[in-house]
Design a protein around this ligand. Structure first.
Ligand code: SAH
Length: 191
């Protein structure tokens, strides 16, 4: 099945909610996730719903979690706009707490974790089936290093990609490149 990646300007935004994850970052994240139509995805820290929307197009079911009620509302609006709301269960709760009540997922995405990163990774990874996948996007250096350390402790072999994307602005005198915030994407398969 073929699906496009939704452009950034097709999302409804709320200034109090981060995201959507930029199109180029979503593209690589989806590529690394290698989603099959039988997959069940958990998206912790769904924000605007940027990644949730991409998962919903491709997976059987998505659980999207955020502790900010406005994020849940914004994600719902975006799913509705794109006709994908039936694929997604929205959960307004802290990620670790919500995760404890979800079984049988095959892909775990962590896009926000606050101070609970290590616990979320440990709990989430242990509940994944063998060959299940975990993906973490990070805007903070410490999140990336803590993620790698935690995954190694769990016996996983994390892959780390730093994404430095610049977009061109067309000016009369040429193309001016403007950098987006660098993102570190960490992925691992459950061994
Ligand atoms: N991937 C999203 C953007 C994520 S922004 C998109 O594409 O739109 C990160 C989100 O994580 C924020 O909305 C924040 O409220 C949420 N978050 C941070 N820590 C959390 C936690 N421990 N539990 C649940 N949500 C959390």
């Amino acid at each position: 099945m073929y699906h496009d990646i939704t452009p950034d300007d097709k999302f409804i935004k709320n200034e109090k909610v981060p995201g959507p994850t930029k199109e180029e970052i979503r593209t690589l994240t989806i590529s690394k996730a290698q989603i099959h139509e039988e997959d069940v995805v958990v998206d912790i820290g769904c924000g605007t719903g940027g990644l949730t929307l991409e998962f919903a197009k491709r997976a059987k079911k998505v659980y999207s979690i955020d502790m900010n009620p406005e994020a849940i509302e914004t994600t719902y609006e975006n799913l509705k706009k794109h006709g994908l709301e039936k694929k997604v269960e929205l959960i307004k709760e802290e990620g670790l707490k919500a995760l404890e009540n979800i079984e049988n997922y095959t892909i775990l995405m962590i896009g926000g974790s606050g101070h609970n990163l290590q616990n979320i990774i440990e709990t989430g990874y242990l509940k994944l089936p063998i060959t299940g996948k975990i993906l973490i996007t990070s805007i903070i250096l410490e999140t990336a290093t803590e993620t790698v350390y935690t995954l190694k402790q769990l016996g996983a072999k994390p892959e780390v990609v730093q994404l430095n994307v610049s977009r061109g602005t067309i000016l009369d005198r040429g193309v001016m490149m403007k950098a987006l915030n660098p993102i570190t994407l960490i992925t691992a398969k459950k061994l």
